[in-house]
Design a binder for this molecule. Structure first.
Ligand code: SF4
Length: 447
């Protein structure tokens, strides 16, 4: 049972897909630092790769991702040329060091490119990197998914597919500019399963315009019937000043904060009662899924794709706006596709901003990660007294308790996990504030 404490949820906090967050990156860290970090990499370092396709066939009004319309063929062609060049450039710099365990294609919609282009892209990665049977995952827009895509994904040994579903309610689909009948999702799933791809994720949303508990219940009923192996249930963040395409959404029809809280709670209860294992604060996995196994073994991690069982500590991102995480460094590529292509075609690494976390920031990142992924963290004596004092208001309300020096999130604390973790954020929290630049402290919308 969750209890609503509006005062604790009043201040927006980041989703912490990294710490420091992208909102804290600075322009002074970029290409040079990325090159040095690549040069320092030890041989056989486990690697995860992320490939960003910032295009979609149809743009949804609610979307906060870095993506644009895929309607100009030459733009896509030029982008893919740059992407393949960037992949080759980084691989050459590594000179065979690093062993790829996981490759994720995201966007945007990776199926905005043609299946042939996808095969060429994957082939480039497999050729220039040391890959030994990596897990391969891809985000797919079901509206443009075809049987040809299912065949290509299966023959490329793609292991996991994420489908953007959001809601099955037709009136909400119309209100968010993403119309996709239930049959379309069913066909996509059938096509994937027929080709042997069983690991399927659904992205769902609550807090959408005109969405009621009844709507959410109906969407969850269909979801449970279709039985994807993982579900992410995100709250819609309406930020039209930052995301102009959201101005097409009628804000007068959005559920209020209390209704959003009730929807999140309803989703949590319904999915867990249906047998899904809760992961972190917004993911759910069938008990047979590797993410549920990782949760049982305390191996869940958090990266730009959300909660994951991927244990690689080095993530290399390719494409416009892609983020790379290496020991002591987080960098983001140039966000816009045009300038990104210019950098790559000039033979330069495309990282243009980032942060080089020192030991103190790394420690804070570990604490935040442990709270979000495992719901508990053991603190050392340096930080423990301040933390206990700063977290009193959460402790008094039964949202956390202490086992000696270990902070433990209580049952029902899921909606407050990010707020509790944010207390350890050196840029925003109350525990030993960091002297970082105040102008960079706003929370960025999650994609
Ligand atoms: S929600 Fe997905 S399909 Fe829609 S515009 Fe965003 S990235 Fe593209």
């Amino acid at each position: 049972m969750w209890t609503y404490h509006p005062d604790l949820l009043a201040r927006p906090v980041p989703r912490y897909t990294s710490y420091p967050t992208a909102a804290d990156f600075v322009d002074q860290v970029g290409e040079t630092e990325y090159a040095e970090a690549l040069d320092r990499m030890a041989s056989a370092t486990p690697l995860s790769l992320y490939v960003h396709i910032p295009y979609c066939d149809q743009i949804c009004w609610y979307c906060g991702c870095n993506t644009g319309a895929a309607n100009r063929k030459h733009r896509l062609t030029d982008y893919l040329t740059a992407l393949r060049a960037e992949i080759a450039m980084v691989a050459k710099r590594l000179g065979g060091r690093g062993r790829v365990q996981h490759i994720a294609f995201g966007g945007g919609s990776p199926n905005a490119i043609t299946p042939v282009d996808f095969v060429r892209l994957l082939d480039r990665i497999m050729t220039v990197f040391d890959c030994s049977r990596p897990e391969i995952s891809i985000e797919i827009d079901p509206r443009t998914f075809t049987s040809e895509w299912a065949l290509v994904l299966a023959s490329s040994e793609v292991t996991r597919v994420s489908l953007g579903v959001q809601t099955f309610a037709p009136h909400i689909q119309a209100a968010i500019g993403r119309v996709q009948p239930l049959e379309q999702i069913e066909q996509a799933m059938m096509g994937l399963r027929m080709r042997g791809i069983e690991a399927i994720n659904f992205d769902l949303m609550y807090g959408l315009p005109g969405q009621t508990l009844h709507d959410l219940n109906a969407t969850l009923d269909e979801t449970i019937r279709l039985a994807p192996s993982r579900i992410a249930l995100f709250g819609y963040a309406h930020l039209p000043a930052m995301i102009p395409r959201q101005r097409r959404i009628d804000a007068s029809n959005l559920p209020d904060d209390l209704a959003r809280f009730a929807q999140a709670q309803f989703g949590y209860e319904k999915l867990t009662q249906a047998g899904y294992v809760p992961i972190g604060f917004d993911h759910f996995a069938l008990p047979s899924d590797p993410l549920a196994a990782a949760a049982r073994e305390n191996r869940v991690n958090r990266n730009f794709q959300g909660f994951t069982h991927d244990g690689a500590s080095t993530l290399l991102g390719f494409g416009a706006s892609a983020i790379s995480i290496l020991p002591g460094l987080i960098v983001q590529n140039e966000k816009n596709a045009g300038p990104y292509r210019t950098l790559v075609s000039a033979g330069q690494l495309a990282a243009t901003r980032g942060v080089a976390p020192g030991p103190e920031e790394a420690k804070r990142g570990d604490i935040i990660n442990a709270i979000l992924c495992r719901g508990r963290v053991t603190l050392d004596n340096k930080i423990l007294p301040t933390a206990r004092a700063a977290l009193t208001k959460f402790e008094r309300r039964g949202l956390l308790f202490w086992e000696d020096a270990t902070l433990v999130l209580a049952e029902g604390a899921q909606p407050y996990a990010r707020v509790i973790a944010a207390q350890f954020d050196g840029y925003r929290g109350s525990i030993q504030p960091h002297s970082g630049p105040a102008s960079l402290h706003s929370a960025a919308p999650a994609c």
